[in-house]
Ligand binder design. Structure first.
Ligand code: HAM
Length: 406
């Protein structure tokens, strides 16, 4: 976990503002859910996933409840969609959320234990057009923050109707090679065979090429949705590669899955944004069956790339005006600051150091003006207004300060 200091926040603000703007432009509304959920909710929707099985921050609270820091937002957003009555409103509910997620992963560049997502969900309508819509929204956000050269990978992983038969085919294909797979994959072969396809271990790679492709074994409905998604993503002018091995790390996906990478990314770089359809998730949480689709973008990775690609975001100075008094004049300084604050941001230097030292720190802060108050000036309710860029200084009555600073 890490701190994000004021100078870094400037670039984060640009990324978050772009997220909010593009989401609103597609008709998505912001919501917030707690960072803590019942562990049960999270576990029910992702028992077999790394984020839940190996990386969940779980604890008992003082009331003996078994809780978890959310590893992702979708499970909580779906819970809130039902609990908050959104399921009774116009459908789909188009929702977005920006906030921290927690995974006890091995920390490294671009991968943190507390990280931030821009999470987007369209819940309540099963149309494949919404799959394309959230893909277009994700691409729009990444373009908007200057990361336009993208590679999108797209796949369909079928649904509860067609996937079981495909998984049997996949197992039948892999079984003769079982002893040549690495340990985890030998276990996956029986417990979660789909994950064989996204194994990154070298010894398992040769077997992938000959593996049956799920897109060759989709049921009629999944097949039609798969075709429609591609037509719509094409129409949106978004380039993509079909990747039959893309299955995603979370269990709840059905049909469309996708991931966005930097075009220049090679090998095993991390995705900037990723998501897909999750038509079985609501039911897995114990609600009526309800379709949904969405994605999450990683703000940590996106802001890192924005900074690396030379995106120059100059943090504005914390205050336009610094008020400083010569000596013990806190009341006068606070009065003057209050007057100036009607038109400008103002910080007061209450330190008991010399006037020279106070001028130096006002300069370091980047203030445009300094308002100096001496004991005699204070009695007459006047001050010295200094324009930092030119060094020019004039005497101004307190009441006239707003006009001078406007
Ligand atoms: P995810 O692929 O696990 O999907 O995460 C989405 C994005 O969050 C990733 O593409 C990456 O940019 C970022 N991310 C994930 N883990 C980390 C980490 N440890 N450090 C920094 N960034 C990270 C989900 O979370 C799904 N809930 C997305 C979704 C929404 N699917 C449907 N709706």
């Amino acid at each position: 976990m890490r701190d994000i200091l004021p100078r870094e926040r400037a670039i984060w603000r640009v990324a978050e503002k772009a997220a909010a703007e593009v989401a609103r432009s597609f008709g998505y509304e912001e919501m917030v859910t707690p960072v803590i959920e019942h562990a049960d909710l999270i576990e029910r929707v992702g028992e077999d996933t790394d984020a839940v099985a190996k990386e969940l921050y779980r604890f008992d609270d003082r009331g003996g409840r078994n809780l978890a820091l959310r590893p992702e937002a979708t499970a909580g957003v779906v819970r809130a969609y039902f609990e908050g009555g959104l399921s009774q409103g116009p459908q789909p509910s188009r929702l977005y959320l920006i906030g921290p997620m927690f995974r006890y992963d091995r920390p490294q560049k671009g991968r943190y234990r507390q990280f931030f997502q821009f999470n987007v969900e369209a819940i309540g309508v099963g149309s494949a057009a919404l799959d394309a819509e959230v893909i277009e929204l994700a691409a729009g956000w990444l373009h908007g923050v200057g990361l336009g050269e993208l590679r999108m990978e797209l796949n369909s992983i079928g649904d509860a109707k067609c996937r079981p038969a495909y998984l049997e085919r996949l197992q039948a294909y892999y079984r003769p090679f079982k002893s040549q797979l690495h340990g985890d994959c030998q276990l996956r072969l029986e417990s979660n065979p789909l994950r064989l396809l996204d194994c990154k271990v070298a010894q398992c790679q040769p077997f992938k090429t000959g593996a049956p492709r799920i897109t060759d074994h989709l049921c009629e409905e999944c097949s039609a949705a798969w075709a429609e998604v591609q037509v719509l993503v094409d129409a949106a002018g978004i380039e993509y590669q079909l990747n039959p091995h893309l299955v995603r790390g979370l269990d709840y996906y059905t049909r469309t899955v996708f991931e966005f990478y930097r075009a220049s990314a090679t090998g095993q770089q991390d995705a900037l944004a990723s998501g897909g359809r999750y038509d079985g998730l609501a039911e897995a949480e114990g609600w009526p069956p309800t379709p949904g689709v969405g994605f999450a973008g990683g703000l940590d990775r996106v802001t890192e790339l924005m900074a690396a690609s030379g995106e120059e975001v100059i943090a504005p100075p914390p205050a336009d005006v610094v008020v400083l008094a010569d000596g013990d004049l806190d009341v006068a300084a606070a009065d003057v600051a209050r007057i100036c604050r009607t038109v400008r941001s103002v910080a007061v230097d209450y330190d008991r150091k010399s006037l020279r030292a106070k001028m130096r720190s006002a300069n370091k802060l980047g203030a445009r003006w300094v308002v100096l108050i001496g004991a005699k000036d204070a009695e007459r309710r006047i001050a010295q207004l200094r324009v930092m860029a030119s060094g020019e200084q004039v005497e101004v009555a307190w009441v006239d300060l707003p006009a001078q600073l406007a």
